[in-house]
Design a protein around this ligand. Structure first.
Ligand SMILES: *Cc1c(COP(=O)(O)O)cnc(C)c1O
Length: 387
């Protein structure tokens, strides 16, 4: 165990949760620039890794699952790792409120709303919704329930306006309004994906390295597979895997936009850290968008249902469900590319968003019925206590 890892293990100690501390990067990342000065402990880390017995894998292919869906409850998913750095920066800058933006079921917005309240900061969320509902109460489904329970200020914007104005101008507009009121807002971009947020998944690579070390060489991952939405997660994973000891090939399945957009976006993020590498050399990005962002085919939902039934792992249909679907499709079409490999799939969370899909999923889960109890079973009023 090298010094970095030892230091890191000591620093993740008992009373760590919700505390801020000075940040030291892994030695292999020490040439990146700028290096964050602080990290705020928000995630339940390390998240477990376990074997994932998916059906119909190519010969001798092993898939393991890193459970970043278990990085918390209200704070679950991949966004919490980025927020550990972004929130530390907000505190360092003396912010009194946070502004961020995303889709109506944004997991990032929900995690940010919760993290802000842990830090005693107000939270303003700009949520993108269809034209027909922007003037209506957005309801309490999935992430919205948590956001509204923790008292985030929710402002709806139509998809049309979002497309015309863009997320940067929208957050800046709200920032200006709040500054005029004497507030000190800190703006977090879509998905927490900027160069600072990228450190979240650079750190995740250090965490995986430590978990691999603990197997004393039994397990060495050849590939990492993950969903890509705003791009920050794959930027951190692929840069960390490239610079560090892992050297696993990162495969990203994009659930919105096309691969070229993400190669450029990741390039910008890693250029912001003066990494001096080409995004094309460190990550392979495939299209897994299907019908469109947050829209599912019945085929994809059936896949999510089958994986849950066969392995007990519930995937969210918007991100990891599409990524796993894309991975399995690629494994079926190009088995030679995967045979004998050890693959680490990162479950990036998003389970609250699943509640937005109940109508579409109901036909897949019709396994219920009334319990039949024979007359011969003795009955007596009051015997069953219903506390
Ligand atoms: C945001 C999100 C992703 C994608 O991560 P990015 O860093 O935005 O690319 C994947 N899965 C879930 C559940 C998410 O909420």
């Amino acid at each position: 165990m090298d010094l970095d890892n030892k230091k890191d293990q000591e620093s993740r100690s008992l009373f760590d949760f919700l505390s801020q501390k000075a940040y030291t990067p892994p030695s292999w990342a020490s040439l990146l620039n700028p290096i964050p000065s602080h990290i705020f402990s928000l995630g339940h880390l390390p998240t477990p890794i376990h074997k994932w017995n998916l059906p119909n894998l190519p010969t001798n292919t092993e898939v393991y699952l890193k459970r970043d869906d278990l990085s918390g409850m209200q704070l679950s998913g991949n966004k919490v790792r980025k927020l550990e750095f972004l929130m530390a920066d907000a505190v360092a800058q003396g912010a009194d409120c946070i502004i961020t933006i995303g889709g109506i079921q944004s997991n990032h917005c929900r995690a940010t709303a919760v993290a802000a309240k842990y830090l005693n900061l107000d939270c303003y969320l700009i949520l993108r919704a269809s034209k027909v509902v922007v003037d209506k109460d957005p309801g309490l489904t999935g992430n919205l329930l948590v956001e509204r329970l923790v008292g985030a200020n929710v402002q709806l914007i139509s998809k049309e306006e979002y497309a015309q104005i863009g997320s940067v101008n929208l957050t800046n507009d709200l920032k200006e309004k709040l500054v005029k009121e004497g507030r000190k807002p800190y703006v977090i971009p879509v998905g927490g994906s900027n160069s600072l947020g990228t450190w979240g998944y650079i750190e995740a690579i250090r965490e995986i390295e430590q978990q691999v070390q603990a197997t004393t060489g039994r397990i060495k991952f050849d590939d990492i597979v993950v969903a890509c939405g705003s791009g920050g997660t794959i930027a951190g994973l692929s840069l960390g895997s490239w610079l560090g000891t892992l050297k696993a090939k990162v495969h990203a399945f994009a659930v919105c936009d096309d691969p070229d957009y993400f190669y450029n976006f990741v390039q910008d993020l890693i250029d912001g850290l003066k990494a001096g590498v080409d995004s094309h050399d460190i990550v392979n990005i495939q299209n897994a968008k299907g019908l469109g962002y947050a829209i599912n085919t019945s085929e994809e939902l059936k896949f999510v249902k089958e994986i849950a039934t066969t392995t007990g792992v519930v995937l969210d249909p918007v991100y990891s469900g599409k990524a796993a679907y894309g991975m399995m499709k690629d494994m079926a079409e190009n088995p030679k590319n995967w045979e004998g490999r050890k693959v680490l799939f990162i479950h990036t969370g998003g389970l609250l968003g699943l509640f937005d899909k109940v109508d579409q999923m109901s036909s897949l889960v019709e396994n219920w019925g009334r319990m039949e109890v024979q007359e011969s079973v003795p009955r007596k009023d009051g015997i069953g206590k219903m506390f």
